[in-house]
Ligand binder design. Structure first.
Ligand code: PNS
Length: 167
């Protein structure tokens, strides 16, 4: 039986920290389903379609990685996709409280589903999508913080003057 996990997130946009976690996850799982939240509370810079498309481009040559948009409960999505493990990245102690709450709530909703925390490379432990957008908008270099396609799409947004975002 294929050993698969779900890696959920907002991914607005995906960063090298997320990519690092996905690649680490592949050392443990045969397949990872990257689950892109469709309707977050905050307004995204990139549409669901754009967020999914960027991630698909990054992993175009890795058939073990699937990218899907989802709404509703994560546990329902995981069950529908045959995954009993949810992977979450932990960057720093500050992530812990939110992640702890989410993991226990998901366990309450479905006791069959476990959350697996993984630490990204130290190089990315300060990195977040919100910071990437802020640094980029203020003229900073994000070259080694996001995949090439993301940098390109950020530049396009800036050119179109669509760079309004919430953190
Ligand atoms: O990238 P993020 O914002 O840390 O991802 C958060 C995400 C998408 C994992 C979380 O908001 C989520 O699972 N949303 C789906 C709705 C849900 O299942 N809520 C109950 C879980 S506590």
């Amino acid at each position: 039986m294929e050993n698969r996990a779900v890696y959920p997130g907002f991914f607005d946009p995906i960063t090298n920290g997320h990519v690092d976690i996905i690649l680490r996850g592949l050392k443990i799982f045969d397949r990872i389903v990257v689950a892109v939240l469709k309707n977050p509370k905050k307004k995204p810079l990139f549409s669901t379609k754009e967020r999914v498309a960027m991630i698909r481009t990054i992993f175009a040559h890795q058939s073990e990685i699937e990218v899907k948009a989802f709404d509703g409960l994560l546990v329902d999505f995981s069950r529908r996709n045959g995954a009993k493990i949810v992977i979450r990245g932990l960057r720093a102690v500050s992530d812990f409280e939110y992640e702890f709450q989410m993991a226990l709530m998901n366990r309450k909703l479905d006791s069959e589903i476990e959350t697996l925390f993984m630490m990204p490379s130290l190089n990315y432990s300060f990195l977040s999508s919100g910071l990437v957008k802020e640094v980029f908008l203020l003229g900073g270099c994000v070259e080694d913080l996001v995949p090439e396609i993301v940098e390109k799409k950020l530049r396009e947004k800036l050119k179109k003057g669509r760079f309004i975002f919430s953190n």
